[in-house]
Design a protein around this ligand. Structure first.
Ligand code: NAP
Length: 98
């Protein structure tokens, strides 16, 4: 059975670069992020270079429905998840006040 890596926040940035590294190692990928269009672009970019299976879940992972969408994708496609890169998030900065 083929290994699968779940990579959250994979529609761009660090998550997408990590997805390319897994694809290069012939590991199937489940990409997650909110923006479906960006996920499709990421998926097609990967499939242009690598012969693997890429699953996309467009979901807001701050919501339980979003997290459930990943669970449903894994179970419906009978995926064997070996890796979880829980990368989705955002940067923030400001003054430290204490
Ligand atoms: N870059 C840095 O220097 C740095 C430094 C320290 C830590 N980090 C952390 O490393 C991670 C990646 O950073 P990055 O620079 O690659 O950020 P980025 O380019 O902004 O990418 C963030 C990714 O997370 C997804 N995302 C954001 N909120 C989400 C949500 N609620 N549900 C699902 N997906 C969500 C975005 O996709 P959508 O917009 O489509 O949802 C995008 O794919 C972040 O967690 C960041 O805080 C980055």
């Amino acid at each position: 059975m083929k290994e699968v890596a779940i990579i959250t926040g994979a529609s761009g940035g660090i998550g997408f670069e990590l997805a390319l590294l897994f694809a290069k190692k012939d590991i199937d990928i489940l990409l997650a992020g909110r923006n479906k269009h960006k996920l499709e672009i990421a998926k097609n970019t990967i499939l242009d270079k690598y012969n693997i299976n890429v699953f996309c879940v467009a979901a807001d992972l701050s919501l339980s429905d979003g997290r459930e969408a990943i669970y449903n994708c894994v179970t419906n496609n009978h995926l064997t998840v070996t890796y979880l890169i829980n990368n989705a998030g955002f940067g923030d900065y400001g003054l430290w006040i204490y």
